[in-house]
Design a protein around this ligand. Structure first.
Ligand SMILES: *Cc1c(COP(=O)(O)O)cnc(C)c1O
Length: 238
């Protein structure tokens, strides 16, 4: 993946990070203002998988208090390295192998990639408290993407509802890397509709009020379509 070239980003670019945070905040505000939905400010998650812990620290110091990693090892490493900082919400955003659940699940504030019933059952088994999860939906239908299809979602959520430690706070989706603006609007709009439909089921462990969607290249379109959590990496560290 070309994005990995960012991993050598250096700590000397501290001012640049501050600038990037400011400019992303402005773009987020603008997208919120122009959205047809009555939105509250979305959570802006800083994805630090491309950078070292010291650079991630600078992002926190620049005001980003939601931090995400996509792999268990990197998640644990960053969390340990930044354990002196208060008030960070920790997000695990990548697909999680079942055998790794026990190492990490009790340390995450939000898990964004719940993509199978077996994984949900493993979380139920290992969790020491209720875990906030986003259920991943493959709305674009790309074979390479994880997640439930829109058609299987209701049945899956009904099963997950029986688990007492898996709380489905919302849905997560990813758009294809080469999606056009109108395809993005279609995918994010459909995900919003699905979220509303699942919320209306009123299943006790499935509040399903949140939407995790939008990355560096498409967060504005995601916000216009109701995203409440955007996951941004590249744009913070360019
Ligand atoms: C890397 C990653 C992101 C951030 O991607 P950027 O394009 O760098 O903003 C968001 N979500 C997931 C699941 C990721 O793995």
């Amino acid at each position: 993946m070309t994005t990995w070239t960012h991993q050598h980003f250096s700590v000397k670019n501290k001012m640049q990070i501050k600038e990037n945070v400011k400019s992303i905040r402005e773009r987020v505000d603008k997208a919120v203002a122009s959205s047809p939905f009555p939105l509250s400010e979305p959570h802006v998650i800083g994805v630090t998988k491309y950078v070292d812990a010291e650079t991630a620290r600078q992002l926190v110091e620049a005001g980003i208090h939601d931090i995400a990693e996509n792999r268990t090892e990197l998640f644990l490493e960053k969390q340990e390295a930044l354990s002196d900082l208060d008030g960070i919400s920790w997000h695990l955003i990548g697909s999680l192998q079942r055998r790794k659940v026990k190492e990490v699940i009790n340390k995450v504030d939000y898990f964004h990639a719940l993509d199978s019933l077996k994984l949900a059952q493993e979380i139920e088994k290992r969790a020491e408290h209720e875990i906030n999860c986003f259920v991943q939906v493959n709305v674009s239908g790309e074979a390479s993407k994880h997640g439930f299809s829109p058609e299987e979602l209701e049945e899956a959520l009904t099963s997950i509802n029986a688990l007492s430690r898996v709380k489905v706070v919302g849905l997560m989706t990813m758009a294809p890397i080469d999606a056009t603006e109108s395809e993005l609007a279609d995918i994010f709009g459909k995900t919003y509709q699905l979220k509303e439909k699942m919320r209306a089921l009123k299943l006790p462990n499935i509040p399903c009020t949140e939407l995790s969607m939008g990355m560096s290249r498409d967060f504005e379109t995601a916000i216009s379509n109701g995203a409440s959590f955007v996951r941004i990496g590249t744009e913070f560290f360019k």
